[in-house]
Write a protein of this length. Structure first.
Length: 161
């Protein structure tokens, strides 16, 4: 093995050891995000940020589970709408891209009389009573569409039920 190869292996091992040991001193909860990122940087993590993105008002809300430096940085930045993007060997603190808004959904409903399992001829379905949309059900079927994502309540009423 040549001297150059040995030197490259030594430098690689030192860099890997530095990044593995780039651990801020716990506990992290309550500390400023900037101080934790600075401690990661001081330990060898190649983090770069703008103080506009990491003001002193941002704090670590809960003790992170991650131990690897990059995962730790991402975990403490996420609640603040930030993340780390790797670029040319540097970890840049950037705004997280917003997830696309979920598509509207719908509900298909089938109403049958339990004792005979026959479809109920006429019924009414109210979405999020008392002020939600109302649709009529016919021959045991009704549908609601264009619903915003989330939890909803349905009230189904029928004469004689």
């Amino acid at each position: 093995m040549s001297v150059g190869t040995r030197w490259a292996l030594l430098v690689g091992c030192l860099l890997a050891t530095t990044l593995v040991n780039a651990q801020p001193t716990p506990p992290l909860r309550g500390r400023t995000v900037q101080s934790v990122v600075d401690e990661l940087r001081d330990s060898g993590a190649p983090l770069v940020y703008s103080s506009n993105l990491l003001p002193a008002t941002l704090t670590v809300g809960s003790e992170p589970a991650a131990t690897e430096p990059l995962a730790l940085a991402r975990e403490i930045l996420l609640p603040h709408g930030l993340t780390v993007r790797e670029e040319d060997g540097v970890w840049l603190v950037v705004r997280a891209t917003a997830a696309p808004a979920p598509e509207p959904g719908g509900v298909a409903l089938r109403a049958v009389a339990g004792y005979a399992a026959s479809p109920i001829d006429a019924f009414t379905v109210e979405l999020d009573p008392p002020s939600g949309a109302t649709v009529a059900g016919v021959d045991g079927r009704a549908a609601l569409s264009g619903l915003s994502p989330g939890r909803h309540t349905l009230r189904v009423t029928a004469p004689a039920f």
